[in-house]
Design a protein around this ligand. Sequence first.
Ligand code: ES4
Ligand code: ZN
Length: 326
Amino acid sequence: DLSHALIDNLPKAELHLHIEGTLEPEMMLMMAKRNGITLPYATVEDVRKAYEFDCLQDFLDLYYMGMSVLLTEQDFHDLTWAYLERVHADGLTHAEIFFDPQAHTDRGVKFETVLAGITSALEAAEKEMGITTKLIMCFLRHLPEEEAFEALECACKHKEHIFGVGLDSSEKGHPPQKFERVFAAARKEGFTPVAHLGEEGTAENVRDGLDLLKVERVDHGNHALDDPALTQRLAKQQTPLTMCPISNWRLKGIPNLAASPVKKALDAGLLVTVNSDDPSYFGGYLNDNYRAVLEHLNLSEAEIIKLAKNSFAASFLSDEDKQKQI
Ligand code: ES4
Ligand code: ZN
């Protein structure tokens, strides 16, 4: 119908997307075969059936296992290209993409192999589809600070390809404080800081991310809305939040899509955006997430347009490039 056509045709940016979370079961099995890797799945149906999660950690366990098939530069290129081609059809014109180098270097894959494969696909997408991109390297928060410093050292050799640093993986037990020093070093090196905060963690984590890590954007940020003073601060500063409705639902952060905090964030005047997070694992790409909030939160067409405009406003495009896209 009309609203769905509106969503499909609106230019949109995606700002919260883990490239390893776009690995579709078909590609996973193909790469397992091509690289001689054994997985506990025989068929695409086996893989899909396993994607039933009770919490973030349940998902992370399968996410790290799934990405074990990614070994070569070609693998990272194919993965990235498939995502961009898929969302190009959804009206996506700009993407700010996370990658998790430590999940690969820990398996003996070179940082440079990962980066070269992703980067060549980003360059091809710009040339062939006009999609602009930025790459954000995430530190895995369940690993020691020292290992995050090692990843940062690698990133410093490739500043022309890496725009920002992020923080992902298990939020519980790994508060922002743990990465205060590595974020200070990353900012000093010129990387733009963001972090997953308030996904399973509390409003206090979001506040600490702002104050200690000095993040310029909050990934998820759901639990910021539990705290009225913090909500006011985010509205006043217009700190962007990259929310992921289907992800929240599939990881049981919310009981159903009607409980997504996107509407509450819009009503509070926050610079909120809608994103897919790990579309292959959660069963929805960018437009599926827009349709989910449209239907379950009864959003108006004006609110859908606002979310699409917010996606550019909240991006790290230059003001000049934003004007071209909005
Ligand atoms: C993630 Cl949904 C989510 N939360 C935290 N870390 C992640 N890494 C990939 N997806
Ligand atoms: Zn995420």
